[in-house]
Design a protein around this ligand. Structure first.
Ligand code: C5P
Length: 244
């Protein structure tokens, strides 16, 4: 298991799912950089661009650039190099791009002064067995996710995005150093929103999650910093329980 270090290495990644730089900066200003990282995804990046990412990095925030690159190996490698030069803390690629693509991505950032963590996306949680069959992928989503996580590890990636429900199996299969980034997290007293298979922060950590992606329970709270602090306290006591 990873060291329980929720201060120097905060476990929460807050999803900045807002449409503009202005809204992102207002939200980010309410969230201490020492208590969380921030996820910039396709909507925000497409509207606000690299300038916003640079500003957030300059303000001391650790940024997960969630653009899920998937293209020919050279293109993905160049995109990962560009993300590293932006100073992001984490970047991701689709494991469906295969080991040549993932290896090229890793090689592009290796040895750089600032090397982001490189994470693979296995099977999108929106995909059901029938969606996989339609595109010619054999097996159920869970076994496809394990197979793709294996390819990610073999390519030297640092870990994968997965549901907290898969974390225990993946942790057992891929060892303590492989990083598991889990969305679909809801504190026990929060609503599920549109997430179907949710886990509490404490359960996700107990099952082996390394980092928790959390959006609305924090971003839509009346006091986002207080919501984040409560979640961090829950994570802290769950990790203490693991260490004991
Ligand atoms: O608001 P909420 O906590 O549901 O936000 C979760 C974030 O994680 C969103 O940015 C969503 O796109 C992302 N995500 C997810 N499920 C996945 C992969 C990413 O909810 N399988």
């Amino acid at each position: 298991m990873q060291e329980p270090d929720n201060v120097n290495d905060p476990k929460v990644i807050v999803a900045l799912d807002v449409p503009s730089a202005e809204e992102a900066l207002v939200l980010a200003a309410r969230l201490p950089a020492t208590a969380c990282r921030l996820k910039v995804g396709k909507e925000l990046f497409t509207s606000a661009g690299p300038a916003l990412v640079r500003t957030l990095v300059e303000r001391g925030h650790g940024i997960f650039l969630d653009l899920k690159f998937h293209d020919i190996p050279n293109t993905v490698a160049q995109a990962c190099g560009a993300a590293a030069r932006l100073g992001v803390w984490m970047v991701n690629v689709h494991a469906l791009g295969g080991t040549r693509m993932m290896t090229a991505a890793r090689e592009a950032i290796e040895g750089l002064a600032h090397r982001p963590k490189l994470i693979g996306v296995t099977v999108l949680t929106s995909m059901a067995a029938s969606d996989l069959e339609e595109i010619g992928l054999a097996g159920d989503p869970e076994s496809a996710a394990v197979r793709l996580a294996g390819l990610a590890q073999r390519s030297g990636l640092d870990g994968v995005v997965c549901s907290a429900r898969e974390a225990r199996t993946l942790r057992r299969s891929f060892g303590a150093a492989f990083q598991l980034v889990t969305p679909g997290i809801r504190p026990a007293d929060a609503g599920a929103d549109d997430q179907a298979r949710i886990a509490t922060p404490a359960n996700a950590v107990r099952d082996g999650a390394s980092y928790l992606v959390i959006g609305r329970p924090i971003t839509r709270a009346a006091d986002p910093a207080a919501a984040l602090a409560a979640i961090n306290a829950e994570i802290e006591s769950a990790t203490k329980g693991l260490a004991a």
